[in-house]
Design a protein around this ligand. Structure first.
Ligand code: SF4
Length: 326
């Protein structure tokens, strides 16, 4: 049952040969079992080529990159498998990317992945009003109920023009603490903007971006471009479009806390990402797309950042709040 998706989801079209950072670039594609079996038995030159390039790695089948790209990529930017055998012959990853499906108890949400440049443009500039499908079923997990209710509050906060972006992030961080305590059995969380801003004003010091930068530099890095970008730190630019980044992130990660009851680390992960993007400057959409490609598409990197929310001095409440002094 589909509950919701942003309007831009249905407007998305892959721009294929016009894509400046094709999904075939720099990624090793995981080939699902069904597609791997199909390729193993495919006759002709295409089948021979596929059998030659497919490799079994870590228990799964992959198409390792050759000269920086998927070996099935053609000079004209198209995919050889799709060109010869059609869309249905693609493996699951290539057939669905950049469409995201999140399954929760009794309902499904859809969105696009920020790591695709065309999807990134839509996430930042497309029509992001939610298209609502069927109403949610009545019986729901108690934690999921808390997360659904609190996510509405967080989304409303992002839309509220009373506050600047850094202020919204401070209020959101404090609210995430309240929601975490609600999840852990405490009282229902209440959004307390003025208290949160007063608290921040009382404790703010000189924020340190370097620990965040160093944390990111120590993660797995896929592209030289990202390595270079991490060396181009500037004074923060609080571009209003970063609200779109946070909206995308909250839609994508907030409800995932139902799996381990840990919302706070996900909110810190997003706020830390937002602060980093503000300090990297440049073309925001392109930088956010690259962030997503490097971080969101690498589960180990996401895991390390979620852990770092509790263990690294980069992501302490004090440092995040101090970096949001604007
Ligand atoms: S990254 Fe997106 S737009 Fe580019 S080729 Fe892949 S799906 Fe198409």
């Amino acid at each position: 049952m589909i509950f919701s998706y942003p309007k831009y989801y249905e407007d998305f079209r892959c721009i294929a040969d016009k894509c400046e950072d094709s999904c075939c670039q720099e990624w090793e594609v995981d080939v699902d079992d069904e597609a791997a079996a199909f390729y193993q038995n495919l006759p002709g030159e295409l089948g021979d080529r596929l059998r030659q390039v497919m490799k079994r790695i870590d228990g799964g089948v992959r198409l390792p990159i050759e000269n920086g790209r998927c070996p099935m990529w053609r000079q004209d930017g198209l995919c050889e498998i799709q060109f010869q055998e059609g869309h249905d012959a693609l493996c699951h990853t290539c057939r669905t990317f950049p469409r995201l499906t999140h399954e929760y108890e009794g309902f499904t949400e859809r969105d696009l992945e920020l790591s695709c440049p065309e999807a990134a443009r839509m996430i930042f500039t497309g029509d992001d009003r939610l298209v609502m499908g069927e109403p949610l079923p009545e019986t729901r997990d108690e934690i999921l109920e808390i997360l659904l209710q609190s996510r509405c509050v967080a989304m409303d906060l992002l839309k509220d023009s009373t506050y600047s972006l850094p202020q919204k992030l401070i209020i959101l961080l404090v609210y995430a603490h309240h929601v975490q305590s609600w999840i852990d059995g405490g009282e229902k969380a209440v959004l307390t903007p003025e208290d949160a801003l007063q608290l921040a004003a009382n404790i703010q010091q000189q924020g340190q971006i370097c620990p965040i930068l160093e944390f990111y530099q120590a993660l797995e890095i896929l592209t030289q471009r990202w390595k270079d970008r991490l060396e181009m730190i500037t004074e923060p630019v609080w571009d209003d479009r970063l609200v779109r980044f946070m909206t995308y992130g909250i839609r994508r990660y907030w409800l995932q806390a139902v799996s381990d009851w840990d919302l706070l680390c996900r909110v810190k992960f997003l706020i830390g990402g937002c602060i980093l993007l503000a300090h990297l400057g440049g073309d925001l959409v392109a930088t956010a797309q690259l962030w997503s490609k490097e971080i969101e598409n690498d589960p180990d990197n996401v895991e390390r950042l979620l852990d770092g929310a509790y263990t690294s001095p980069a992501f302490t409440d004090l440092n995040l709040i101090s970096l949001l002094k604007a």
